[in-house]
Design a protein around this ligand. Structure first.
Ligand code: NI
Ligand code: MN
Length: 228
């Protein structure tokens, strides 16, 4: 049995009795967060890209928990320079971890962090496919709609898809519905909305538009959903 716990924005964890994977832990400064980062468990921290609303607390959390950060090469090396234990990967590559296989996919977005010296680019943004507890999950990361989502759906058959609906920085509701038509998951969990004024969306409009295409699960920050 695996569970998905949502922590607000694009941060969620996947957990079974043995492993907890935490994605994009933007907790400090996240107006949606209901828990402090110190209360959130993680054995592995997976990052889709380097924007501050995704890398968030990843480095201090990884150090405190001796957790491994899994990310694309440039982003992983950035985290390593800050003292975190990392596993670097590249788009199209997969690796079998103790909890299951991770594959990075493309995402059409940016990946950079703003430092005192200006902007530091952190390689390509990614989506993440994870084989975990007998299921395949596809976290698209921040992305616009792209046609190869159909290929990802056809080849890897993800049953659970986590995708943004906030618009402005990523897909909005209409494009996210098109993504679902291409990927054809059983379960879809919308993220990356209502955190900031420019990404306000009604997730139940999305639920209605998804209709019978998939089971749409709207999670409030702090909610846990059992994958049955
Ligand atoms: Ni982003
Ligand atoms: Mn974002």
């Amino acid at each position: 049995m695996a569970t998905v716990t949502f922590y607000g924005h694009s941060c969620f964890s996947l957990s079974d009795r043995t492993h907890t994977l935490l994605f994009d832990p933007f907790i400090t400064g996240n107006p949606q967060a209901t828990l402090p980062a110190s209360d959130i468990h993680a054995d592995y921290i997976l990052l889709t890209h380097g924007h501050s609303d995704h890398i968030g607390d990843a480095v201090p959390m990884a150090k405190q928990r001796n957790a491994t950060i899994i990310a694309s090469f440039e982003l992983a090396k950035y985290c390593e320079r800050q003292g975190a234990k990392v596993h670097d990967m590249g788009i199209g590559g997969s690796y079998k971890f103790p909890f299951g296989r991770v594959k990075l996919t493309q995402a059409t977005h940016g990946s950079a962090i703003i430092t005192d010296d200006g902007i530091e680019y952190l390689g390509n943004p990614c989506g993440i496919l994870v084989r975990f507890n007998g299921r395949t999950y596809y976290n698209t990361g921040d992305t616009g709609l792209f046609g190869d989502m159909a290929l990802i759906g056809k080849l890897y058959k993800p049953e659970i898809v986590i995708l943004p609906i906030g618009d402005n920085y990523t897909m909005g509701i209409e494009d996210a519905v098109e993504a679902i038509k291409m990927i054809k998951p059983k379960i879809v969990i919308p993220v990356h909305y209502n955190t900031f004024p420019v990404i306000m969306q009604d997730p139940y409009v999305f639920v209605k538009k998804v209709g019978k295409l998939a089971r749409c699960v709207v999670l409030k920050p702090g909610d846990t959903y059992e994958i049955s």
